[in-house]
Design a binder for this molecule. Structure first.
Ligand code: AMP
Ligand code: ZN
Length: 467
């Protein structure tokens, strides 16, 4: 049994799939106008953990994580400039080039963090037709209306509009959808845009498409979609009208996800997602991550400081996704020591695999299936290592857990070895191939001086940090 916290009902619930043995998951992915910081990556890692947990429980998983490459304005409340265009101006590139550049960086980062590939990674700009069809349905059903500036969703028509956030309508007026286009024809201040026409504040928009929507200000309904309709349309097209779980960052609750629910349920006439799950934010030095303070670290900066990316993964595992986690370099160093120690403990188990211990597996499942309690899952790993179980079974059991943890526990430590030692190692391998044992021994001593131990096995050489 898998239990997860459902934001919709504000409680931990037993997960019940729409179809037995299968789970459909949609995850709001990054807006690709900038390098994603480690806070963004924590959110993506949360999706990965959920996917791995369902797979570990033998579910067939369909996991979609999108790229927003149009329509996400500077604020989530429809204010300001499109983030992609901001990025394009900043770097003197086209929005398309900006999207490609930051998708590439993001994908490299996700690989380094061992995030499993989603089934599909749709780009919003490739689903404009689907978005337009959904908007048209909303107009036809009386949930949406056109003005000369935009097509809006009429929030007064939505059933129980604020149920995800539990806010009162009055609170929403201050927070959401008001926008800065000052449209006097908007019916309710909270109505949010489904389609922006290329006029007024958006008259210079670079990424636009013709549409059948009517505005006296533009020809051919030229414009671009609002951010919220993107996820509703991609989820409908690539998964189903009704999905099991929808994921995203905690700040999406009052605006983006509230609006997604309103659109999808009004258009499709069926419950959108049974479960809504949200990750809490990463803090840096106990504060909000901030570009101006230089605390919106990227994975590249972590690596530049000499950390293996999986140290960051291990650090993320040490807090449950629903609690705020505080990043400091000191804490990351702690994670590094923790992971080094874990790797050394595992190395000492040897290489032979026995069988998976069912008691420990049950303990592990209990932790991970309890709303992804990763700190507890790591505690089970330590308990197992300290137990008097034989080495072979310990190894087999830990490798089994690693399907969820994703720490590449079965890899030797070679990857964490600094360049200098790697070069010496290469030379030593060559010396050994040439049967030059004196040189080989000399190089071993050199490597040991750098703090690394060499172990020659039957068919390979292992190197690891000396304990
Ligand atoms: P954006 O690129 O701004 O659309 O953000 C991408 C994702 O990162 C969103 O789901 C946000 O919820 C999430 N996010 C932004 N800041 C943080 C943070 N400090 N910690 C965790 N997740 C974050
Ligand atoms: Zn979304």
């Amino acid at each position: 049994m898998i239990k997860i916290y459902n934001t919709l009902n504000k409680q931990i619930e037993e997960f019940k799939p729409l179809k037995s043995g299968r789970v459909l998951i949609y995850h709001c992915g990054p807006t690709v106008y900038w390098t994603q910081h480690i806070g963004n990556l924590r959110g993506m890692m949360f999706g990965d953990l959920l996917v791995r947990t369902f797979k570990y429980n033998d579910y067939e998983v369909k996991y979609i994580r999108n790229y927003t490459d149009v329509g996400h304005l500077s604020s989530d409340e429809d204010e300001g400039e499109d983030k992609m265009e901001k990025g394009a101006k900043r770097e003197n590139k086209t929005p398309l080039e900006i999207a490609q550049k930051y998708i590439d960086i993001f994908e490299k980062d996700t690989k380094k963090l061992n995030l499993l590939e989603p089934n599909t990674k749709p780009r919003a700009t490739e689903y404009i037709k689907e978005m337009q069809a959904m908007i048209q349905t909303l107009i036809n059903k009386g949930f949406a209306y056109e003005t000369d500036l935009a097509v809006y969703f009429d929030v007064s028509k939505a059933k129980d509009y604020s149920r995800l956030s539990g806010q009162s309508e009055k609170d929403k007026i201050e927070g959401t959808g008001t926008g800065d286009i000052q449209d006097k024809n908007k019916k309710n201040p909270n109505d949010f845009a489904l389609w922006f026409f290329r006029t007024n504040k958006h008259k210079n928009a670079l990424q636009v498409w013709p549409s059948t929507f009517k505005s006296k200000a533009v020809k051919d309904g030229l414009g671009f979609p609002g951010w919220h309709i993107e996820c509703s349309a991609m989820s409908k097209k690539l998964l189903s009208d009704s999905i099991d779980i929808h994921l995203g960052g905690i700040e999406h609750v009052p605006v983006h996800h509230t609006n997604e629910i309103a659109q999808s349920e009004s258009a499709n006439g069926i419950k959108y997602a049974g479960y809504w799950m949200h990750n809490e934010h990463l803090l840096v030095d106990n504060g909000k991550m901030s570009k101006s303070e230089g605390t919106n670290y990227s994975l590249a900066e972590i690596i530049k400081k000499g950390f293996d990316p999986l140290v960051l993964r291990f650090f993320f595992l040490s807090a449950q996704y629903r609690s705020k986690q505080n990043f400091t370099w000191r804490a990351l160093l702690g994670a590094k020591n923790g992971l080094d120690h874990l790797r050394n403990q595992i190395r000492q188990l040897g290489e032979k695999k026995g069988s998976i211990n069912s008691d420990y597996k049950n303990n592990f499942l209990q932790a991970i299936n309890n709303d992804l309690n990763t700190p507890q899952a790591l505690a089970v790993v330590q308990k197992l290592l300290k137990s008097n179980l034989n080495k072979k079974d310990k190894l087999a059991t830990i490798l089994d857990f690693d399907q969820v943890l994703g720490l590449d526990i079965n890899k030797t430590n070679d990857e964490n070895v600094p360049e200098e030692a790697k070069k010496l190692l290469e030379k030593r391998n060559k010396a050994r191939a040439d049967k030059d044992w004196t040189e080989s021994d000399r190089l071993r001593t050199e490597i040991e001086k750098l703090g690394y131990t060499i172990e020659d096995l039957n068919n390979k050489t292992r190197v690891y940090k000396t304990d």
